[in-house]
Design a protein around this ligand. Sequence first.
Ligand code: FAD
Length: 406
Amino acid sequence: MNEVKQKILVAGTGPAGMAAALALAKMGRKVFLVGPGPNIQDKRTTALMRPALDFLGRLGLAEQIDRVAAPLRTMRIIDATQRLIRSPVVTFHAAEIGQEAFGLNIPNAELNATLAGIVRQCPEITWHDSLVAHWDLTADHAEAQLADGTVLRASLAVAADGRNSPARAAAGITVTTRKLPQSALVLNFAHARHHGFSSTEFHTEYGPCTQVPLPGGFRSSLVWVTRPNHANELAALDDDTLSRRIEERQQSFLGKATVEPNRQVFPLSTAMPARFASRRVALVGEAAHVFPPITAQGLNLSLRDVMDLAQVASAYASDPGATEPLRHYDARRRPDVLARSSAVNLVNASLLSDLLPAQLARSAGLGLLGSLPHLRGFFMREGMYPGSGFAALLPDFLRPSRELLP
Ligand SMILES: Cc1cc2nc3c(=O)[nH]c(=O)nc-3n(C[C@H](O)[C@H](O)[C@H](O)COP(=O)(O)OP(=O)(O)OC[C@H]3O[C@@H](n4cnc5c(N)ncnc54)[C@H](O)[C@@H]3O)c2cc1C
């Protein structure tokens, strides 16, 4: 068989790119991975749900992740707006759906370092510490010229090269982007009271201020979505003042807060490509979808991109970058990406909207969630295993077995 057809090139060494390289290599593919060394300066944490963790476990990360992550046992939404119509507090317990935890909160630096360590030990992967400078995409193959002069040729190019994806542009895939009137301030902080492995979102008129537990009980990460000016002002405060602001914003529910060094501000935007694959390029991660960091969906969705891509590449082993497998991949990813992106954007829009009907709808929706255990169970299952909320509503004889769920 043509040797090029056996090769896959992954552009981008964020978590999506490294996971894609590993998943494809595990299926016996020769993989070129192109991008800089892992980002271990990233101070964010990522909440990953059970299916994403199971997938990373199969890639060999389970032990290292368990060592550095905190379980998410409870999630709470508190309406902290000053609006006329406010929603009741809604609390989701993993135990309600028979789970010990919804997932784990993992420091990005540790996740990236762990992925990179396993990638470097994988004999099927050749890591080129460079950038793709130019793409040449033909009907027969994808060719990448790297900044260091290397030329690589493969059947399939995986665009894991982030929100501005040069590979996506080279494939002629158009993208609809929207800058949001919000930025996220991200930091870690210590607190006087034990977090009980709960995550709490305080919803404000400008976005949620979300605390997510870190290991040990008395430290958490914070993602405070607010107006860009406000995020920058907060980030510029001295430690004591910022700590007080965080404690006030969170209504002192964790007691005295003490911020740790390093603050990051991320301007927020959305992006949706017209398609998820074309001309020997398949999109994964933020090349395929960008939305605000609300309800912790981004990397969970990216890992589902990778799982689907690995399955399609395996089904079309003789030439995974040909037109038919790419059409198949596009069809598989479209409903999941559209559903998740729309849901997150809708939640965000309902927070920002001053319109009374939007506030009423939000309040009524959260009110129902708070009072109806079955509805809460449905949303919790859907959040963890897409499709399983619907499955749980079916009578037993129509219910797919657990193995069929993602
Ligand atoms: C504040 C914040 C909090 C978040 N929290 C969560 C959460 O709790 N749960 C969750 O699931 N998601 C979360 N997300 C989303 C998650 O962080 C992203 O989905 C994820 O980081 C995207 O990873 P990626 O690998 O697609 O992109 P990136 O991490 O951006 O990686 C892109 C890579 O491409 C490389 N690259 C660029 N150009 C080239 C080129 N020409 N050649 C080769 N390589 C190139 C870059 O160097 C980089 O290595 C959060 C996001 C934000 C902003």
